[in-house]
Ligand binder design. Sequence first.
Ligand SMILES: Nc1ncnc2c1ncn2[C@@H]1O[C@H](COP(=O)(O)OP(=O)(O)OP(=O)(O)O)[C@@H](O)[C@H]1O
Ligand SMILES: [Mg+2]
Length: 175
Amino acid sequence: MSERSLESKPNILITGTPGAGKSYLCERLSTHLKFNWLDCSKIAKDHNFIEEFDAEYECPILDEEKLMDHLEPLMAEGGNIVEYHGCDFFPERWFQAVFVVTCPNKTLYDRLKGRGYNAKKLESNIQCEIFGTILEEARDSYKADIVYELYGETKADADKSLKIVKNWYSMWKRK
Ligand SMILES: Nc1ncnc2c1ncn2[C@@H]1O[C@H](COP(=O)(O)OP(=O)(O)OP(=O)(O)O)[C@@H](O)[C@H]1O
Ligand SMILES: [Mg+2]
């Protein structure tokens, strides 16, 4: 008999460079899987889990401890899809799978330019994608066999990603 109760659900992390297509996928995933979508950037903004503002990169600096205190009771419930553009500070035990969304540089550049990012921010995010920084961060922070790469360029990519995650969840339930 498995120690896991029949109703329990896993927690999934969706990470990747800003603009790679995490929210686009999470919105679809949360509907299909009936999981809660926890967009950490939005939560941090709504609850003011912000340490300071980085003027150079024009972005708020996350208060990781406050965010994690907020998330801990939710994670204990299971059934969450957590979205964030970083992954090394979350407790490893929270996630049963980590999906890294990646996107070709040209498309990513256009998306971030469209958001009005300044040159420095644009360059650092594009470099992050070129060097596969988040994929490496995920592989360094979680067991390699729970880290998966997904593509986030087109609608077809998102449809495929949806299938991959749904398949993963079906397998997880059968374990
Ligand atoms: N698979 C996709 N097909 C077509 N367009 C997409 C896809 N994924 C994302 N986009 C578009 O690209 C833009 C950025 O996507 P999204 O907001 O999902 O990025 P993100 O990874 O969540 O970024 P952030 O880290 O800032 O939260 C949006 O305009 C979105 O509609
Ligand atoms: Mg997002």
